[in-house]
Design a protein around this ligand. Sequence first.
Ligand code: PRT
Ligand code: MG
Length: 213
Amino acid sequence: MTETLTIALSKGRILEESLPLLAHAGIAPLDHPDTSRKLVLDTSDAAVKLVILRATDVPTYVEYGAADVGVAGKDVLLEHGGEGLYEPLDLGIARCRMMVAGFPGANAGRGKVRVATKFVNIARRYFAEQGRQVETIKLYGSMELAPMAGLSDLIVDLVDTGNTLRANGLEPLEHVAEISARLIVNKAAMKMKHRRIKAFTQCLAGAVGKRAA
Ligand code: PRT
Ligand code: MG
């Protein structure tokens, strides 16, 4: 019997950049994920389904086995805590950098500093490792506004071109981590569906290799 495979993805750049890799594994959604309102999509492979989630929910679905595998940004994984998951492959897509940013020189200040971010766990860990005292403030969007509005001295955010920071008078100040999307796998599924998942991972690895070449 063919083993079924449920793949968790998020809309936007992860989905866009994952589709060519999935195509390499013989998997194409039957409905277009951007225009369809369906959250579960059948694919060209009858045994494979895609579930479309918020990016931050992808590790949760995979950890609890509601999806066998998923594609998640390293930022999301670092923030979620990756203990309940396998992370067998760096897909090399949706690349960016996690940075500390602020007004020029804002990171030179002494005393307690306020840091606004969506990534409070990553920020706390980063500053704690350096023995720097910070107060983290959790935000859900538009981190770039926080320094200008006087909410925080610094932000921790993802940076690609740097245009968003520049447009708001901010600068990248410190590099926290290189970010790219990873294939994640449920631990029980890795045992129960070992062959299927191994073959799928190898197909994706082949596609990643071709992209890099
Ligand atoms: O948008 P939503 O709240 O629904 O969820 P999300 O922001 O998590 O999803 P999405 O699709 O925006 O991002 C999914 C994943 O893409 C992230 O988890 C990252 O791993 C990865 N990624 C890669 C990025 C970027 N590049 C990126 N540039 N995610 C976000 N950005 C944002 C950044 O937060 C900032 O607002 O783009 C802006 C900076 O871009 P530049 O080019 O102006 O520097
Ligand atoms: Mg976004």
